[in-house]
Design a protein around this ligand. Structure first.
Ligand code: ADP
Length: 495
């Protein structure tokens, strides 16, 4: 026997999915908070320094330059120096107040150095430096000595601004704080966060699995009963949409199966009744003819032939319905004379009309042609006329009316019998459905008729229906497009 791989419960898959998601999340957090923190910080700092230098450059000759620089320094923890450069001398216009003397005293070599780099770089340079090379202005908010700042990394943006009358030199500097200690702190925090997230993931997975899986298990338990042919079931439960829909579908399926099952039982009862009756007749008459030489008459032989025909018609109907429903019937369509076809069918009822005084009338005004399979259309007509005869009531009259509306022909089969209750109407086209559960043996034909009619007409997308009133009779109708010159193989008209 084929070994099926053991499937894991939903909660395992859910926990796996949650853990995977958490792992991806944590990997990104680790990556950004540790490995990439330093390069990110430097990138942000560089653009910040450059942005501040640009705003100083743009406002270099404005009156509010000093207040603007103070603001920049305070808000961004940066130091700004502005010099007017004439004849290779640097005249300070702005240097951080507190360190003015100190800065100008010990930093002029750096300023020259920056100036040179800016000059080499086309007027603007981003410069990184470390150690004691640079001293305040960056220290404007602290009183540490330059020596204490020995290993400090500095970032500077140096810009040469050439105006009409003067040339200026702007330096914006900022300290680059080492992030190593921050990274260490973040690592510890991330470890704790990782542990918490894993626990939360498992917890949520278990809760969610219970929430999702439990109702599915209930539904599954009930569905197993369906397999055991217990169709009287209603599937309920489930708080989420998909399961509610599944439950509704299963409830519908159970009801449909119940219907089909009861129809199947009915069919077996009916068909076996229909099969048994002609078989009994055939056996009975044959035995009589064998035992009593006088009974060997053409009439008795005819009864045997009729009953055999009835049997074969029943078997054919059963085959037809299953073929039609499975869509395996090949339609041999051609243009043919529908009026003539109906007249032909009428001829076959001649004996019935004569023997049982039925009055079957065909009302029409001229021949009409349609493009369809003549055999299938005859089947439609047979079934409708048979039903009309079976249910026609006292007056024993059946009217077949052919009328033409625009490019369509409408065929009606009318009787003045018992009619059909409105509540039963939607079911009469179902296979095996009988309004009268007491099975009535057809005068002509075998039953299953309307289902065959429906299936054939549906194959052609034809419209059909019934107008009926209880006690007054029924009018079964169907409509079909007339064959036109565009209709295929009009040349091979079949009359
Ligand atoms: P059957 O005639 O063998 O019962 P059908 O499928 O032809 O099977 O018809 C289904 C049901 O529709 C019938 O049982 C009958 O109750 C109802 N019916 C069909 N035709 C007529 C009619 N002309 N008048 C009244 N009831 C009809």
């Amino acid at each position: 026997m084929k070994q099926t791989k053991k499937k894991l419960p939903l909660r395992v898959y859910l926990a796996g999915a949650f853990l995977l998601f958490s792992a991806v999340l944590l990997i990104f957090m680790w990556l950004f908070q540790t490995v990439l923190l330093d390069p990110f910080y430097r990138m942000v700092k560089t653009s910040q320094v450059e942005r501040c230098a640009n705003s100083v450059v743009h406002n270099i000759e404005r009156d509010q330059l000093h207040s603007m620089i103070t603001e920049i320094e305070e808000q961004n923890m940066m130091s700004v120096s502005v010099y007017e450069t004439t004849d290779n001398s640097f005249k300070p216009i702005y240097t951080p107040d507190r360190f003015l003397s100190f800065s100008s005293m010990i930093n002029m070599s750096s300023v020259y150095d920056y100036y040179q780099q800016a000059l080499d770089n086309g007027g603007k340079a981003m410069i990184k430096s470390s150690g004691t090379k640079h001293t305040p202005p960056y220290d404007m908010f602290s009183f540490e000595t330059p020596l204490e700042r020995k290993n400090t990394e500095m970032l500077a943006c140096a810009c040469i601004v050439e105006n009409k009358d003067a040339e200026y030199f702007v330096v914006v500097e900022s300290e680059i704080t080492p992030v190593t200690s921050t990274v260490e702190t973040l690592k510890i925090q991330l470890l704790i966060i990782t542990a918490i997230i894993i626990l939360i993931s498992i917890f949520i997975a278990v809760i969610t699995a219970r929430y999702i899986a439990k109702p599915i298990q209930d539904t599954n338990k009930k569905a197993k009963q369906l397999a055991k042919q217990n169709y009287n079931l209603t599937f309920t439960g489930g708080v989420y949409k998909e399961l509610c829909e599944l439950n509704n579908t299963l409830t519908y399926t159970a009801h449909e199966l119940q219907k089909v099952d009861s129809l199947r039982r009915e069919l077996i009862a009916n068909v076996s009744h229909d099969l048994r009756t002609p078989l009994t007749m055939i056996t009975g008459y044959s035995e009589v003819m064998r035992d009593l030489p006088n009974e060997n008459t053409p009439e008795n032989v005819q009864i045997i032939i009729d009953e055999a025909n009835r049997l074969s018609a029943l078997v054919n109907d059963l085959l037809d319905i299953s073929k039609l429903e499975s869509g395996t019937v090949a339609m041999h369509n051609c243009v043919f004379n529908l009026t003539l076809c109906i007249k032909d069918i009428f001829n076959r009822y001649a004996k019935l009309i004569e023997q049982k005084a039925y009055n079957i009338v065909f009302e029409h005004s001229g021949d009409v042609y349609i493009y369809a399979d003549p055999l299938r259309i005859s089947q439609v007509m047979y079934n409708l006329i048979n039903n009309a005869i079976n249910y026609c009531g006292e007056d024993k009259t059946v009217v077949v009316r052919q009328s033409v509306f625009e490019n369509n022909v409408c065929i009606e089969v009318i009787d003045h019998g018992e009619g059909i209750e409105e509540s039963k109407l939607e079911h009469i086209w179902d296979r095996y459905y009988k309004v009268d559960k007491e099975h009535k043996r057809a005068v002509v034909g075998t039953g299953l008729g309307l289902s065959i009619v429906k299936n054939i007409l549906l194959q052609y997308d034809a419209r059909f229906g019934v107008k009926t009133k209880v006690g007054q009779g029924s009018d079964f109708w169907w409509m079909f497009p007339l064959a036109t010159s565009d209709t295929p193989n009009l040349n091979s008209i079949n009359t």
